[in-house]
Structure formats: C-alpha cells, structure tokens
Design a binder for this molecule. Structure first.
Ligand code: SF4
Length: 1022
C-alpha cells in the first residue's frame, strides 16, 4: 500500500488495494472475487447456491439483512463464521458424541487442570486464550519443552514447564469427548475430507485477514472436494497469506487476483479518502465531537445515517459513552442485540443468593439479593430486613445465627426501652414491628438458602441454583417482567436470561461431572459457575439494526461507509502495548500484526471519497497521554479543536434559574418564565395544610394530634410546626444511627435501667404504684456514705446484668465499657478514686446530693396517666424524689422534685428555654405528678425540676451535675407555663404546620431537604 499526504487539504490519498483470491474448480466464483465491496459481494452471491464464510457475527447480521431482501422467495446462502461452520459440521456429521466446549467451558477445565497439577494459572500467566492461540497455530507441548531446553532463561524454563504440565492435565481432563474450538476445527476438517457432502460444493470466504493453521486446515479440506473463493481483506498480511496458502497453490489452487505480494499494481484505481484527526481535551469531548460530526454530516444532506459507522479500536469506555449520549443527542445507534448474561437481573440476583450462602451471610450480599427486585414472596418483607440491618448496624458475616442473634438482642433492648419511654408514638413500636418482620423474613430466607458453605458436587450446586430460582421467586419475576414489558412494548432481556441461566447451570453440572471435579464449597462453585455466566451472551429484544453501528475493527473489516468515526487513538490503548516476551518468542510478531491489521481495517472501512474522523484525548484520568503511533505514521497534524465543525454545539452557555438561599422568600433573581412554577412550589412548601384533605386523612391527623399530651411531641411543635408535621404526621425518618457508639437512646436507656435496678436493690423492693403519703415517704431510699463500697458492688452487679443487652459489637464498645467502669483495675473495682469510672462518679454525686438536701429518691420510671385542665397527659418520669412537708395548716404532705437523666449538660434544655415554654417536659411533668399524687389523696407541692447528667467519657471529665430548671415554682408561674403549653397544643391541632422554626431549631433538625428552609426562608412567627 502506498500513501501520501496532500498537506494543503490535509487529505490522505490511498492507492487501491489489490484483491487477491484463490479459487478452484468453479469459474462462477471468479466474479465474486472481483467484488469491489461487501455489498457487491453480497449481490454476487445472492443468486448463487453457496455457503458464505464471514469474519464475525456482525458481518453475518449485516449480510443476512441484505441477502434476505435480495433473495425474496428463494433460499439465501448459508452464512457462518469459520468457527461456527466447523461446529455445524461436527454436530451434523460426527458420530463420536463429542461435547463441544466454548472458551468458557475450556477455561473452567483448564483451571481445574491447573489445580490438579498443583499450579495456579495466574502465577505463570497461562490462560485458555494463550493455550488456544498456540494450539491453533500448531504449537505442541513437545515444541514448548524443546524450546525450554534450547533457548530460554531459567524463569522461562520453569514457566514453560508449568504450561506443559497444565496443558497435559487439561487434555486429560477434557478427554477425547471434549472438543475445544481448535479441536472442533481440526475434527471438522477431517470430517469434510472423509465424508464430503453436496453442501460442501461452493464457498465464498470473505475478508479473512489471515488463517490460523487450524483454520487453514479446514479451508484446505473444503477445497479438496469443493470450490472456494477467498477474498482477502485489504489489511491481510501478504507474507503470511503466501505462507499459509503456498501449499494450496501447490495443490492446484489458483490466484485469480493481482500479484500475490499484496502491493498495488500501477493501474489501480486511486482512492481519495480524507482523514481528519482531532485532538480533544477528554474522552467525553471526543464523543461529543463525534456526535457533532454525525449531526453536521446528516444535516448537510450529503450523508445518510446508513453510510456512517463508528469504530472503537481501543477502550470500551467509548462504546458506553456513545450509547449514553447518542440518545440524548437524537442520534440513532444500532443496538447490539447481544448482552452479557452477567449483566442481567436474573443472573445478578442468583449470584447474590449464592454469595449470601458462600460468604456467611454478609450484609452486602444480602442487600444485593433483596434489592435486586427479583425476590418475590408474599409473606415476607425484604424492606423490613434491610431497614433493620441498617438501623441496627448488622454487618453479617457470621452466618444466619449471627443475624438472628443480633436482631433478637436488639429487639429485646428496644422492648425494654419502649417500656420505659414516656412517648408512645416515638417510633419504637414501629421499630419493634419492623424487627419482627425482619426476623420473619430472615427465617424464610434461611429455609431457602441454608446456612453453611458446605462442600458439594457440581450437580448438587446446580440443584441449589434451580431451587433458588424457584423458591426465591427469581424465575417468576423474570416471567412477570417479560409480560409487563411486552404489554408496554418495552425491551426486556430477563426471560432470555432465565433460559440461558438454566441451560448454563445444566452445562455446569455436566462439565463438572465429565472432568470428575471433586467436592467444592459453594463459594468455590460460585466462582467457577460465574466465569461461565460472564462468558455467555443473551439476545436482547431491543434490536435496532438501522442505526449507526459501533464496531470493532474486525467487525468492520471488508465493509465500507462514507463517514467513519474512530475515537481513542491513544498510545498504549491502540496499539495496545503488551510486553510478553514468551508470546513474542513462541509466536513472533503475532500481536503487533493483529494491531496493525486493525488499523488497516479502519483505514479501509472508508469508501472512495469518504471521510475518516480520528480523535484522541489530551488526557485520560487527569494524566497526559500520547496520540497513537499509528497516527504518527500517517504524518497528519491534528486539527485544532476550533477549526472544524460548529463549536457552538453543546457549548451554549446554560443560564440557570439561580434559586438563591433567601430569607423571607425574596425571589428577585428568578426569571419571569419560571415565576409561576416557583410560585406554586413555594406556596405548596410554605405550610402543610391538612384540613381540606379527605375524611380519612383528617381522621388520621386527628388521631395523632388528640392523643394524650406528651412532652417530646409538644417540644417538637414548639421548635417548628413543620418539623412536627414531617416527623409525626408524615412519619419521615431521619436515621441517626452510627456503627461506632451506642446511640443516645441506647446509652440513656442503659443508664436508666442501671439506676433503677441499683436503687431497688438497695431498697430491697420496687414500687409501681403509691397510694398514700406514708407509703410514698416509706419508698424513699437513703444512701449512707459508709456503705459506699457495698453500693459499688451492687452497681457493678447491676451493670454486669444490664450491659450485655446493650453491649453490641460497635467499634468503641470496649472504650464505652471502660468509661463506665473506669480503670485500670477494671470491673472488679469499678475504677479507683484516682481513675474513677462514670458509675463511680455518679454514685459519689448521689451521696453528696443527699447530704445537702432532705429529698430522697422514691419512685423510678414512674408511669403518668392523668387529666389536667381537660387534657390527658401521659408519660414516664425517670425519677421522683420526695421529702416530708408540713403545710401551713399543720397537715402532712410531701414536697417533690422531678429528676430527668441526661448524658451531658449540652443535651439538657436550659432554664431559660424552660421558662420561655420552649422545653415543655418539666412544667408538664411537675403539673402531672402533682395531679397524679392528688388523685391518690397525697397532698404535695412541687419543689424543683432537675436534669441530672451522667457524663459520657473518661476523657472529658464531666462529673455528674444537677441542672435545676424550676426551683420552688409559684402557682402563678406554673399556670403561665401551662398556658404556654396550651398554645403549643393549639398549634399542634391547627391542621396547619408552617415552616416556622424557633432560633437554632434547624441546627438539630434533619428535615432541611423536605422543608427547604434554606431556599425559601421561614414564615415569621407573630
Ligand atoms: S429544618 Fe428548621 S424549618 Fe425545617 S423542619 Fe426542621 S426546624 Fe423546621
């Protein structure tokens, strides 16, 4: 081939390639050998009774479409690739009952052979591809051994020796019945030679680049009895062609084309092809450039979509990017009618199920299975299990029992928390229900999946796969999806995938039985089986053949388009540099020759006077890259980005609407056109109004807001009505879980339980109800400093019995334990006065407080259920301390204090917020306890409300503290506070929940995304 460059026009001019062909016996085929193009050749063969051999299945598809149109009413020629033709011959004519192995099957056998030879394929860089490549070129094991003896360095000797051992084990495992693709070619050649049929009469072999020795054997065999015309690809290697066909010539084949050197003759028709090379900044820009070129070419009217092709010689990333962006750009691409099985939902769900069992029930695997959308069962709730796993930090990996133990223990903890919680609607009941559902779903999965990664035979593994498909509902889902897709006229590959998976699983059973594969664990089987899945393709129903095809150079070989676009001319990707000295030694130059042929295939895919647009990026993954050395050979300067095409395409500046974070709903920056939309959105967001809803909705809201008053709900309303709406009415969840530590709720619950049990152990009994003043005073617990050591022992005992319920495997469990017990002497001493733990400090604080006051703890976790001013109040008070009190008229009563435990001072409301009515808990409790006592005829006056902190860690020495928020409150103050509470109650029942947070409320709220306060500001409170 000669080429030169016209610098003025940046046009590369190619001289014609000589078509060379060989035929025998049959002059009719001579005409075919002079075909100028793929389409010409198809026209010529359409009227012939012949078999057509093409380089790839892409050629086969294209040829089928054309020939079916041209041979209406007649049988079109049979079309095969050389490999599929060989399979056809073996299937049709062999009496040996052979098992045809595809590359994935052969690879499975090779891996098994390597294991049985005590070697690993990866460690010596041996693969089925290398083996088949060598085998197809006639390299034998003896040759390898000879090479190792003659020429190789010690490392290569070891490697080659390993190859030979594995290769021998492979042939042994495969046995005489197993036939890989090279065996199939050789057997087909023998069958054709030994038992020719009428169908072997006339063949056209279109555009081979070269033949391997095994392929050459088959073609030669066909030519012994029949007529064959070979039209070599323009990119074929003349020297290799001569080498592979010289013996054919000797047998009487003839060269009917030009010279057999492959170079053009002087009178060849000169073809003018323009090549434009573009350097773009990134791969994405290359793709945009290509789409732009297509749009311009088509809109110019000069080129039809059918005359355009995209060839991707390098990274597969271009194919993905093109498919993604072409649809958006309105450019039809021919959709690849095949898809790898492992990308189907059915395969992914089944793989996840296998991984769950093989990986000891890891959460990630279980999530993949349950989120696949293919698990179908009426009585289970996958969502609940997933939610529970996230909320309760289950990581899995300890089998089914690990899950069960973790979720059950969490359920137990929450049950206790729920018993103590003053709130009945705080979500705990719902969480418990979710946990119940999760445990049920877990049991169901256990029934189907089993629990142990047992060692089994391939056949048993296949049975397991079938059971998973059926019992998990994966098969039903696939069928169901197909039905829906059909009714909606949408493409769906899942039914095909199901059939392929079933067939493939059966094949796996047979293969493992044929090679007598030993027992393997489920994880090991899954790895092997998945390799087969990855190598299997399924047909997709969304075939679109009329669009622009995206092809590899081999798929484009021997075909022509007016506009060819080829991205990815990056050195290292195309040509791909694989430094493989062994391959270079065994099959010299084969890799380089293949790459060069690919380049020539691209060049020759452009028709006479056509255009080839080649692109490459300046950088990939933020690193500079070099253009392909093939381009340097062309000697063409890349065009500057701005020189060609309309750069305005896709580069028009987009002016956004510019929503600004504005307080008070200023929207000055919004353009006119968006105003109406924004207005309606804003109004919808401004306030959630429920009174105009359906009767059911109104009732639903009424049920919530008319429940007995609870402090935490009122505090939310006081903080922001919209927050109440989001959390309590919409029941939106904001996850605050952490894997690292106990949650605030858990820690609080644990400490409450420890305190309650400690005091009840010291007192020797527990009181749930109190009916008289005497009984109440009797219930008080007095701590004595001299018994401190005894108390510490009790505290330790109580801690030891309570902690296991909460002592989960979070990251800092041990740190938390230390912070409570102190150190370094550990639990036996509950710390020391020098290194006191939080429990030690708490006890010291309790004793100290008792020495300063007559108040003594009497009631713990006390349930309130009273009516005050017509409003029911319900809740649970952490602790009520009481002291005897004598009223002015001389009769006896009690003075009481309400104590609420907090972890740290920061988590307690301030006295100011209590006085402002923003934190309603203490006023509400003081009022309710007062009413509760009165209900039992106990006269009492509120003395104070106290937040008592426990502290959180040893590092921050925060000794337990008291934060008195209401000391000796007057009746008037209590009435005022209750009036404020009533205002909140009204807000709660107003059926209108504006975004009106009190200052700093948003800092601790997780609903910003919902209320969009950042965008729209707040409604000012009046
Ligand atoms: S983020 Fe602020 S405005 Fe929004 S719901 Fe929460 S408290 Fe209310």
């Amino acid at each position: 081939m000669h080429r030169h460059v016209d610098n003025k026009w940046k046009t590369l001019i190619f001289e014609d390639m000589t078509t060379r062909a060989f035929s025998r016996h049959d002059a009719v085929l001579n005409e075919v050998t002079s075909s100028a193009s793929f389409q010409d050749m198809l026209s010529n063969v359409a009227s012939l009774d012949c078999t057509l051999i093409v380089p790839s299945t892409a050629h086969k598809r294209a040829a089928l479409v054309t020939l079916t149109r041209q041979t209406t009413g007649r049988k079109p020629p049979e079309i095969y690739t050389l490999a599929t033709y060989a399979q056809y011959i073996v299937r049709e004519r062999s009496t040996e009952n052979l098992r045809l192995l595809n590359t994935a099957d052969a690879s499975l056998i090779l891996r098994y052979a390597a294991r049985s030879a005590g070697l690993r394929l990866g460690s010596i860089d041996f693969s089925i591809h290398r083996l088949l490549r060598w085998k197809s070129e006639g390299i034998t094991r003896d040759e390898l051994l000879e090479k190792s003896a003659d020429e190789f360095a010690p490392r290569h000797v070891r490697v080659l020796d390993g190859f030979v051992r594995i290769w021998s084990a492979y042939e042994l495992s495969k046995g005489p019945k197993g036939a890989d693709r090279v065996d199939v070619l050789v057997k087909a050649a023998r069958l054709v030679l030994e038992a020719p049929k009428v169908a072997d009469r006339r063949f056209v072999v279109w555009c081979p680049h070269t033949f391997t020795r095994a392929e050459a054997a088959l073609v030669r065999a066909i030519g012994v009895h029949g007529s064959v015309a070979i039209v070599w690809a323009p990119s074929s290697d003349a020297q290799l062609v001569n080498e592979r066909t010289s013996d054919m010539i000797g047998w009487g084949w003839e060269n009917v084309g030009g010279e057999d050197t492959g170079h053009s003759s002087d009178d060849a028709v000169t073809r003018h092809k323009s090549i434009r090379v573009f350097r773009e900044s990134t791969r994405v820009e290359e793709v945009r450039r290509i789409l732009l070129a297509i749009k311009q070419a088509v809109s110019s009217g000069g080129i039809n979509v059918r005359d355009i092709c995209i060839i991707t010689p390098g990274s597969s990333e271009y194919r993905r990017q093109l498919q993604e962006r072409a649809t958006r750009a309105g450019i039809p691409l021919a959709v690849d009618p095949q898809r790898t099985l492992h990308t189907s939902g059915v395969a992914l769900a089944l793989r996840a199920a296998c991984d769950v069992v093989g990986g000891a029930w890891k959460r990630a695997d279980l999530e993949r299975l349950l989120r696949s959308g293919f698990v179908m069962a009426d009585s289970t709730n996958a969502g609940a299990l997933l939610h529970a796993a996230t909320a309760h930090r289950v990581q899995g990996g300890q089998g089914f029992d690990g899950w069960k133990q973790k979720l059950s223990s969490r359920r137990e903890v929450l049950r206790i928390v729920h018993e103590r919680d003053e709130e009945i609607d705080r979500g705990i009941r719902r969480t418990l229900a979710v946990l119940d559902e999760a445990l049920r779903t877990l049991a169901w999965l256990r029934l189907i999946l089993g629990d142990d990664d047992r060692s089994i035979k391939g056949a048993a593994y296949t049975q397991m796969l079938t059971a998973f498909l059926e019992r998990l509902g994966i098969a039903r889902t696939a069928v169901h999806l197909e039905k829906i897709a059909l009714s909606e006229n949408l493409p769906c590959v899942e039914r095909e995938a199901l059939v392929a998976i079933e067939a493939l699983s059966e094949r796996y059973a047979v293969l493992t039985s044929d090679v007598d594969m030993p027992l393997m664990t489920i994880a090991e089987h899954t790895r092997e089986w998945w390799e087969l899945v990855r190598a299997t393709k399924v047909r997709t129903p969304d075939v679109l053949l009329d669009g622009i095809p995206i092809l590899t150079p081999e798929e484009a070989r021997g075909r022509m388009w007016k506009l060819v676009l080829a991205p990815g001319f990056v050195e290292g990707e195309f040509p791909l540099h694989e430094h493989d000295p062994l391959e270079a030694e065994v099959l010299p130059e084969s890799a380089l020759r293949k790459q060069r042929a690919a380049f020539e295939d691209i060049i020759h895919a452009t028709s006479i006077d056509g255009h080839l647009v080649v692109t490459y990026p300046k950088e990939v993954d933020d690193s500079d890259v070099l253009p392909s050395s093939f381009l340097r050979g062309l000697d063409i300067e890349p065009h500057d980005e701005a020189t060609f095409f309309l750069d305005a395409y896709e580069r028009t500046a987009h002016t956004g609407t510019g929503l600004r974070d504005v307080k008070g709903r200023q929207r000055a920056a919004l353009p006119e056109a968006n105003e109406a939309v924004v207005q309606s959105t804003a109004e919808a967001d401004e306030s959630a109004v429920l009174s105009s809803g359906s009767a059911a909705l109104v009732q639903y809201v009424a049920d919530i807001v008319n429940r007995p008053l609870s402090a935490s709900r009122l505090d939310v309303v006081a903080a922001c009505p919209y927050k109440f709406y989001a959390s309590t009415i919409l029941r939106l969840d904001v996850e605050h879980t952490t894997d690292d530590t106990l949650s605030g709720l858990e820690r609080g619950s644990m400490m409450h339980e420890i305190v309650r049990q400690f005091y009840e152990r010291v007192r020797g009994r527990s009181y749930r109800t109190i009916t008289t003043t005497e009984e109440l005073l009797d219930a008080r617990v007095e701590l004595e400093d001299i018994r401190r050591h005894e108390y510490m022992g009790i505290l330790l005992d109580v801690y030891m019995s309570v902690a296991p319920l909460y002592d989960t495997d979070h990251t800092y469990a041990e740190t938390e334990r230390r912070s409570l017990l102190g150190g370094p002497d550990g639990p036996s001493m509950l710390g020391t006065p020098q290194r006191p733990g939080l429990l030690y400090r708490w006890l010291a604080h309790e004793i100290a407080q008792q020495s300063k006051s007559a108040m003594r703890p009497a009631l713990f976790e006390y349930e309130l259920d009273v009516v005050v001013g017509g409003e029911a109040i319900r809740g649970r008070v952490d602790r009520i301390d009481v002291a005897p009190y004598q009223f002015d008229d001389g009769h006896n009563g009690v003075q009481f204090a309400v104590v609420d435990y907090k972890t740290t001072k920061a988590s307690a409301p301030s006295a100011k917020s209590v006085m402002l009515g923003e934190a309603t808990q203490m006023p509400l409790y003081l009022t309710a306890v007062h009413a509760e006592f009165l209900k039992h005829g106990i006269e009492a006056i509120p003395a104070q409300a106290i937040y008592r902190t426990f502290g959180r860690s040893l590092k921050t020495v925060e000794d337990p503290k008291d934060l008195a928020v209401l000391a000796n409150p007057s009746e008037e103050l209590m009435q005022n506070l209750f009036n404020t509470i009533n205002e909140h109650v009204k807000d709660m029942r107003a059926s209108s929940y504006p975004v009106a947070p009190r200052p700093k409320a948003c800092d601790r709220c997780g609903f910003q995304e919902v209320c969009r306060v950042a965008s729209w500001g707040t409604v000012q409170r009046t």
